[in-house]
Structures are given as structure tokens and as C-alpha cells.
Design a protein around this ligand. Sequence first.
Ligand SMILES: *Cc1c(COP(=O)(O)O)cnc(C)c1O
Length: 364
Amino acid sequence: MTAPLSFTRELNPDPLPTEQREAALASPGFGKVFTDHMIVIDFDEARGGWHTARLCPRGPLRLDPAAAVLHYAQEIFEGLKVYRHDSGRLALFRPEANAARLNASARRMAMPTLPEHLFLQALGELMEVDGHWFPAVSGGSIYLRPFMIATEAFLGVRPARQYKFIVIASPVGGYFKSDAPAVSLWVSRQHVRAAPGGTGAAKTGGNYAASLIPIAEATEHGCDQVVFLDAVERTWVEELGGMNLFFVLADGRVITPPLTGTILPGITRDSLITLLRDEGVAVAEEPYSIDRWRADAGSGVLSECFACGTAAVVTPVGSVLDGEQRFTIGDGAPGPLTKRLRERLTRIQSGSAPDPYGWVTQLG
Ligand SMILES: *Cc1c(COP(=O)(O)O)cnc(C)c1O
């Protein structure tokens, strides 16, 4: 393992002027505004691993055109939010889980793992310098995007020997203005996201590339998001392009598809399972078929359905379009359990409710 690394700081000599920053932060949207700095840590097998950890001005990367990431897609990423508590302090939600998942993704993509303390230190270092980019809008946060790319210039097919781990930060607005509206889903029958033995459980860009055509198809059919079925039987409901799914039955039970290797293990998914079970709700991690979904929605056995992920937290699903057939869940509006869970989780994240699970890490 590498010797302890400390971060050097090269401050941006030309940060965005205050007026322009404040204008950008008044309505940041999602993923369009970036802070003045970034974190970079290099990996070189020949130098014994990770070296040269630094905070530096955010800017274009110098990359050899033969860099392995550009040809064979050795790339993984994470996504997590920085919250501001009433005390004014910044906080992260379960960042150790993101560090662990980055390493799980790294192993699947034949990339080096990053010591978890370096991952956490990198986030703290970036927020120490760029924390003043926190947007003043309600529900706003700073979305952190840690990622790793293979930088070695080599066209042979084998794991690269050089990498960069980078963290950029993007101030974002509340995903939804007030209560999250219910979304409509398009069932992808032609395309799948992930197959058994593939990379579905890794947070890697290629999975997203594979989802772009089905997302466009959803849009063409007037739907908000795409939902994927399993690749083998085209029967079992898996997840959306970037969110996990939950089904709430009228008898109070909750079902979410199991983590069999084709589904991304969401940290929001895991947190909601914990919250539900602590409330005494039975949560089954078991396969749920598209036919059952349609039947349960029609008969009223299914009362609510929601998707979840870091960016949009908990998103109610109102209706599903499968070819020509459309079915509505409940009355098509956000259900009570969906709303309550969203509220519970966001209150823990923002520090306005107690944190009995030790999920919150304060920065600074
Ligand atoms: C990131 C992601 C999720 C949600 O994970 P969270 O940790 O809850 O943000 C779900 N599905 C896919 C495909 C993802 O990439």
C-alpha cells in the first residue's frame, strides 16, 4: 500500500468573480455550474501506486489521445451531495459507502482501488476551499463527482498502468421546486442496461452510454424516464437508468428488486430499506415481474411505486407505458409512504432530524 499522502494546494489565480458566482448560484440547475478547484491524485504502477495528491484550479485535462479511457472505457464514478446544516456547517451523507462502492466498481473494471481515507480526505479538502460555492436556494446542495480514468497511452487491451482520480464539485438547485411530482416510465423492451456477468453493478460510464437510446425512446413516447427489464427473461423489473425502484403494496409490504449483479447497489436504496425496517415495515428484496406490476396496479394490490437515488432522493412513479399499454399506480399522484420517506431521509441529510445511524459526517 502507498505511503501516507498529503494534499498540496495550488489556488486558482483567477477564480470566478463574486458577482458572477452569486448570479450562477441563484439558479444553478443541475450539473452546469462548477467550482473554482478540483482534486487530482495520480496512480502509476511503476511508482508504487497513488502519488501526488493535490487541489488545483479546475480546468481542462491534458490527456494523451491514446489514453486507455478514450478507447476501452476504463472509467468509474461516484455521486454524492454536500448538505448545509442550520449551524452553517457542511456535511456529507454516508461518504464511506461511496468510497467502498468506488472500490467495488474499480475491482470490476480492473482498476486500482483508492484507500478510503484518501477518498474522504479529497472531499474534505475540496469543500474546505470551495465551500463558499454552496447555493443559497432552498433544497440546494453541492453535488460532488469523484471519478477515475485510465490515462496510460497504450492501445493494447489490458488494464492500464496509469490512472487519475479526480473530484469536481457542482452547486445544484433543489431537484424539484416543492413536492416531487410523479413521473411516467417507459418500459424498454428492445434494449437492456446490464446482463448477468456484465458491469451493471459497477458505476461506470458505459452503462450510461447504453441507456441513452432507451432514454430517447422514453422521451419520444412522452415519458420522463426509462425502466429496464432483466436481460435474460425480459420479465423482471430491474431499475431506471440511474435510480433504483421500490413497490409499495396495499397490505403495507414493500418490495425492491434484489442485488444480483445487474442492478447498481444504491446508497439511497440501502438507506430506505433501513428506515423502513426500523419502522417495522417488511421489505422484501425479491424479483418483481412486469406482468405482476401491471396486474397489481390494475387490481389495487400495488398502492405506490417510487424510484430513488442521490440526485432526486425519492421520486414517485405515477404511470408506466409498456408498448401501447399504459397503467397507472394508485391515482397517479405521489403516495403517502413515498412522501413520508422522502421527508424522513432529507431531514436526516439536512441535519434537521436526529441521525441514529451515524450516516452524517460533518466537514470542517
Ligand atoms: C448511482 C446509481 C443509482 C443510485 O445510487 P445512489 O447511491 O442511491 O445515488 C441507481 N442506479 C444506477 C444505475 C446508478 O448509477
